[in-house]
Design a protein around this ligand. Structure first.
Ligand SMILES: [Zn+2]
Ligand SMILES: [Zn+2]
Length: 124
């Protein structure tokens, strides 16, 4: 389901079990809910399940950082001495950019405790 969050809800086509007609979305004004209704008979059903799988596509930044391996021994990565590790307050970290589902972000890894964090300010 990657990328589905940029689109509006995917609404499945529904068919009336009685007359096999396409059901039309409409508002139930009494209950203030979206329902699907058949135009040829009295069949109607609550439109409750058409958005359910949206929840599974959100990635938190915590999940993103756990996929980054230990990069402290990588000599090609630049180091910054202008940061402070949120875990141990050490003043030197390796940093690198990574493309995540939210765009390009800058990540740091503390050279002392290997703690990782994301530079929130640099997210594009
Ligand atoms: Zn029908
Ligand atoms: Zn640290």
């Amino acid at each position: 389901m990657r990328g589905a969050n940029s689109r509006p809800c995917a609404v499945k086509l529904r068919f009336c079990p009685n007359s096999n007609d396409l059901l039309y979305p409409k508002e139930d004004r009494d209950r203030k809910k979206l329902i699907y209704a058949c135009r040829n008979c009295e069949y109607k059903v609550d439109a409750i399940d058409h958005c359910v799988y949206r929840h599974s596509i959100h990635h938190t930044s915590a999940e993103t950082t756990t996929i980054i391996q230990d990069v402290r021994s990588d000599p090609t990565l630049p180091r910054s001495s202008e940061v402070h590790c949120p875990s141990c307050d050490h003043g030197e970290a390796v940093f690198f950019s990574l493309t995540t589902s939210e765009g390009m972000s800058l990540f740091f890894q503390c050279v002392a405790c290997a703690g990782k964090w994301k530079d929130e300010g640099s997210a594009i």
